[in-house]
Structure formats: structure tokens, C-alpha cells
Design a protein around this ligand. Structure first.
Ligand SMILES: C[S@@+](CC[C@H](N)C(=O)[O-])C[C@H]1O[C@@H](n2cnc3c(N)ncnc32)[C@H](O)[C@@H]1O
Length: 210
């Protein structure tokens, strides 16, 4: 079973060391413990958390290439931010900032960072309040945070300055792109999700206000 899970992780995320895999397994254990006490994800998705949340998150790391400075906004129970943190931990000097305004969830994120020794800083604040605090990440991620027009508004201070976005999106993503078009110009690559047949990861660069 464990070998199968390791192989599947590498199918989705590319080459991953055994140590990183073991850390992701440790993350899942801590996550499950906390998820019994506080609402970290929809309870109906808990049973399949490895595929639905951990692997779903892991796939963005490959799309980010060798980026060293990451930012994840609206991190909730750590997806994809803490999974990215776990996977970039072997890159010397790499780090990620996570922004989550819910205090209970931010408390969970901070506890996991301490317990697993992850290269992540937790900001228990609103995204709107950290625009000038978190400077020039190479890649910004967000999953299940907001429809694309609002997501672009929230991330514009970084994206307009050259950060690349990697946004998990579900089946309605084409409508969301259309809804953004009157207000925003951007370069777009649609990457089919490897864990959700109807999902995509939108890679957005060169954001500009129209
Ligand atoms: C639906 S959850 C998704 C969490 C996680 N990204 C995932 O995919 O499981 C959205 C999260 O964003 C946080 N959030 C929403 N608006 C925010 C804001 N303006 N600033 C910071 N966090 C915010 C919420 O507290 C919530 O935890």
C-alpha cells in the first residue's frame, strides 16, 4: 500500500524523495487528528484526504519549476500551502508564506510548521492586510478561495509585479475566465488536473488591469 501511494505521488508530482513522502504521511496523520476537532476541510472529503487534498496540492509544485519563494493565500487546512512547504523543504533556502485569517486554522498551520519543521511562515491575517508585508514571491497559489475575478483582485499587488499564479479551479473555470475578461488582461496556460478529471490549474502571468 505504502509503495503504491509513493508511486502515485510521483506520477502526480514528479520525482519526490522517500523522506519527503514520509513527511507527507506524517502531515496526514497530524491533519487527521486536528480535523476531528476543527473544521479543516469538508467532512465528506476526509476519508479520501490523501488523493483529494494532499496529491491535489502536490501537483502544483511541479508546475512551479524550481521556484524558491512561494506564497499561498487562504490556506485553510494547509492546501496547497503546507504540502508545498513539505515538498520544497529539501531545496536549501526555499520558503513559503501562508495567509489564513481564521484563527483556529492559522493555529493548526502554525502547530504543523513547528511539529514537522517546515520552511513556512504563517500570517494569521487577511490577505488585504499583507500586500506590503510579503514581498515578491515567485509563485502564488490558491485553492477554493474565491471566483477568479475576486481572486485576481486579491492577488493583483503581487501578480502585477511579476509573480506567477497557480490557481486550482473546478469545472466552471471557463465562465470565471470570461467573467474576468472585461477587467483583467493576462497570459494563461490551462493545466488539466491530474487528480480531478474536471479540474484545472490555471497558470497566470503578466496580469494587467484593463
Ligand atoms: C474554502 S477554504 C479553502 C482552504 C484551502 N485553500 C483548501 O483548498 O482546502 C478558504 C479559506 O480562505 C480563508 N479566507 C477567505 N478569505 C480570506 C481573506 N480575505 N484573507 C485571509 N484568508 C481568507 C478562509 O478562512 C478559509 O480558510
Amino acid at each position: 500500500m505504502k509503495q503504491h501511494a509513493y508511486d502515485r505521488l510521483q506520477d502526480v508530482a514528479g520525482p519526490v524523495s522517500r523522506e519527503t513522502f514520509d513527511k507527507l504521511v506524517a502531515f496526514e496523520t497530524v491533519f487527521r487528528k486536528w480535523a476531528q476537532r476543527i473544521n479543516l476541510v469538508a467532512p465528506s472529503t476526509l476519508q479520501d484526504a490523501w488523493e483529494r487534498h494532499i496529491l491535489d496540492s502536490a501537483q502544483v509544485v511541479r508546475l512551479g519549476g524550481g521556484a524558491m519563494r512561494w506564497l499561498d493565500i487562504g490556506s485553510g487546512g494547509g492546501f496547497p500551502g503546507l504540502i508545498i512547504a513539505t515538498m520544497i523543504a529539501e531545496r536549501a533556502g526555499a520558503s513559503i508564506d501562508l495567509v489564513e485569517s481564521n484563527r483556529k486554522k492559522a493555529g493548526f498551520l502554525q502547530a504543523v510548521v513547528g511539529e514537522l519543521g517546515l520552511p513556512a511562515r504563517i500570517h494569521a491575517k487577511r490577505i488585504e492586510d499583507v500586500h506590503s508585508v510579503i514581498r515578491a514571491p515567485e509563485v502564488l497559489s490558491a485553492r477554493a478561495l474565491a471566483p477568479l475575478p475576486l481572486l485576481l483582485e486579491l492577488s493583483a499587488p503581487w501578480l502585477e509585479a511579476g509573480t506567477t499564479a497557480l490557481f486550482h479551479k473546478g469545472r466552471d473555470y471557463r465562465q470565471e475566465i470570461e467573467d474576468s475578461a472585461h477587467q483583467w488582461g493576462f497570459d494563461l496556460v490551462e493545466h488539466p488536473s491530474l487528480t480531478d478529471t474536471q479540474g484545472v490549474i490555471l497558470e497566470i502571468r503578466n496580469l494587467r488591469r484593463i
